[in-house]
Write a protein that binds this ligand. Sequence first.
Ligand code: GRF
Length: 220
Amino acid sequence: MSLPARRRTAILISGRGSNMAALLAAASDPAFPAEIAVVLANKAGAGGLAHAAGAGIPTALVESRPFGRDRAAFEAAMEAELARHGVELIALAGFMRVLTEGFVRRWEGRMINIHPSLLPAFPGLDTHARALAAGVRLHGCTVHLVTPGVDEGPILAQAAVPVLAGDTEDSLAARVLAQEHALYPAALALLAAGRVRLEDGRVVTDSAPGPSGEVLRNPG
Ligand code: GRF
């Protein structure tokens, strides 16, 4: 029996690439609806590049620094790489450049991002420190479709974790990151399988609901 065509996906990174590694691992299953066509980094030191190359995945380096403030020229260079690899979908995974509205509009509905908070709480940086400072009892991560406003796009999937007494930024970050690594592949699978649509600016999926009546409560 032949499997349906897999959507050719680029993962864009700037750093260590642990979410990228989780996506690569998921996509190593031929039944996963996305195949990773290229891992593209904007920094030569991005640790994820070596991991991807070691896994036999094509890599591309388009350094943003030489382009200075000329974001459109940087993005044109990225677009050339994406086209060269026949990319249909983009997963941002710790990609630390704000994209122009033009780039985002070209990929709208086909580009997702993972953010380490339960959006719309704590958009931007230092999410774990801000969650601790705010005293929230639940924290987590979000996968969203990318729109021009940073961390504002329609929410596709979320996972919540408890904030525990004595948590530090690092302990909380580690608890969230473990969930990111499970959530991101699941969210990419939904998008790649064509199971995501927008209704009134919100995401609707046909994914099965979780166990009925389940409540995530902290303290339990
Ligand atoms: C993750 O926390 C992700 O949510 C955020 O940047 C971090 C990237 O980590 N967007 P990694 O490079 O995937 O390990």
